[in-house]
Design a protein. Structure first.
Length: 131
């Protein structure tokens, strides 16, 4: 079977199936990884807890990064704790992805955290120090 037919078959079997899509995203084949990511992106909002669970258990750097991106795109309040924690990550790839996720979340709590984070980086005092 040629590559394109195998890819089409894998896409059909993974469409609408969280675990199969996640397995594709974990693939070392760049095209399968992209396909799995795209499938998960389409249904991320319906699988927030599964994404959070997978993120907490994932050891692979690339997969963790992609999961964090998906978590941010859910715009779910459930994602706040993970995004807030990753905002402080020393790895700029992760902290910037968490910042983007918090911006998408766009809750009062997320906006406040982003404001504090931005001001702490620039040396300005946060709102708590103004009381």
């Amino acid at each position: 079977m040629d590559y394109e037919r195998a890819r089409a078959r894998a896409l059909r079997s993974a469409t609408g199936n969280f675990n199969r899509s996640l397995a594709m995203m974990r693939s070392r084949d760049p095209q399968a990884m992209e396909d799995g990511f795209a499938l998960l992106r389409d249904t991320a909002r319906q699988h927030v807890q599964e994404l959070l669970d997978a993120y907490g258990q994932e050891a692979d750097y690339r997969t963790r990064f992609l999961l964090l991106e998906l978590i941010g795109e859910t715009r779910s309040a459930q994602a706040f704790e993970v995004l807030a924690a990753e905002l402080l990550n020393d790895d700029e790839m992760f902290s910037s992805r968490a910042e983007r996720g918090l911006r998408l979340l766009d809750t009062r709590e997320a906006r406040r955290l982003l404001w504090q984070h931005r001001n702490n980086r620039s040396g300005f005092p946060g709102p708590d120090s103004m009381r």
